[in-house]
Design a binder for this molecule. Sequence first.
Ligand code: ATP
Ligand code: MG
Length: 579
Amino acid sequence: MTENTAQASAKPETALPSSAPSNFIRTLITEDLRVGKHGGQVATRFPPEPNGYLHIGHAKSICLNFGLARDFKGTCNLRFDDTNPVKEDVEYVDSIQADVKWLGFEWSNKHFASDYFEQIYGHAVQLIQLGKAYVCSLNAEQMRKYRGTLTEPGKESPDRDRSVEDNLNLFDKMRKGEFPDGAYTLRAKIDMGSPNLNLRDPALYRIRRAHHHRTGDDWCIYPMYDYAHPISDMIEGITHSICTLEFADHRPFYDWLLDTLKTPCHPQQIEFSRLNINYTVMSKRKLHELVVNRHVSGWDDPRMLTIQGLRRRGYPAAALRDFCERVGVTKKENCIEMAMLESCVREDLDKNAPRAMAVLRPLRLVIENYPEGQVEEFEVQNHPSRTEMGSRKVAFSKVVYIEQEDFMEVPEKKFFRLAPGQEVRLRSAYYVKCTDVIKDASGKITEVRCTYDPETKGGWHPGIRKVKGTLHWVSETHSKKAEIRLYDRLFSVPFPGEGDTDFLQQMNPQSLEVLSEARVEPSLMEVAPEASFQFERQGFFVADRMDSKPGKPVFNRTVTLKDGWARENAPNVNSKERE
Ligand code: ATP
Ligand code: MG
């Protein structure tokens, strides 16, 4: 013990990276280590049920459990809590592993609760022998009635005092498949009068003839989650069993079970509040519904807050880890603004994503006095503050494309972009002044004409005269077409499904817009899937990891730029004048 204490007390200070904010769990573990509890060890686990894809809420639990193991030099297991075969599948097992790795974590060991089925069964036999469990013939409906309510005590099952011998015999027959599904359950014998409903003789095993994705048809009885979970934790030598708040009421059973079995290891259950984010849904049931009914293209649809969806949307793993750290770990229920998640992503990409020019909705701009056939190449920095990211050559010619929204024939007040008679800067190229507008028969603007000032080469000449607007552009002959997908929030209300509303009725009809006429710099044609860019003045985009192909890129908008449309166009903002 003394040894452990000495060893432990040195640990937390050195292991805790300065960036990790403290929280009540860290404080508690630090104290446990100081007094040498749990043998001075920290062993956590992330225990998903493989019945769906992981979402951003799971990311919080992953960052917490793996983060504690990392910072306290302990271990963190990945454990699949696969005790309910009906909804589970290897597809989910595979995606969960891929997601944990992509988030940047490595498990110490990978386990499946189903690997412990024999041991879990053995402990049930032990409970029967101790007179702490019995086989009960009440059906589900009767069980519910007998359980009582929060204000009324429960009623004891007529089978409660069955002999140990009879219980052992019946339980053995349950396992051997001698009874139909639902005929019997094995229940813990605790206290039908307990104010905690979870202690009113909870079920430990049910008969269920279901094919398990790992154990096949070996078993026709399966342990209940509440029973299997503490035993799995104990088998793995978990010290701190971290879960979300709704399990607080289950903790007395967790402790009762391990105390009754007098297990050598007794993990400490600690609850924290789950992550909730507005403008989204996070329950697996709802995510399933979105996928199955094809409201989205799949689990990895970039509008989904699944890890796969976020990844495909272009959210960097580091930004998600940063977000999970910033939301913190508390016991208070709360709801985090989607804007906070977006801001973590923006911050990361602003630092790391190279810049490029892409025109989403092109408008032809003809520079009348620019020599026909002439091409100039401008050297453009890939990142405004990171010179190590290098530069590239961007070709300029007589016809360029600008955004349709960067031109107004009759400009509003404070519209400092292109308009008849108005001068703007084409980023890194020249100042141009609008001279003419060409329309088709229906009155739609098809082309804008302008003249350029050769004295303003490079686009940065405040000494000559100041211009207020800076536009991005691409050369007509050099740019290429690309598909750009503009994603927005999937729901148009902050709390979809709140009260009696149907969350499916609250989907944002504008959550996806596909632009097939967008034009991009030629340098973007061969980008690798998952490469991120800031398209100047438009936002951050990523090459779609499924659909983007060399020569035929597809970009997803990850997030818009912080300043949005209005500020973006205020005088001098985002123009070189400021740099
Ligand atoms: P189910 O609806 O199937 O119970 P679940 O969201 O609880 O889904 P699990 O696979 O059981 O999914 O979760 C694995 C772990 O992730 C659990 O420890 C759970 O507490 C944690 N977790 C799940 N959702 C959140 C969330 N929103 N915030 C924080 N942790 C979460
Ligand atoms: Mg769960």
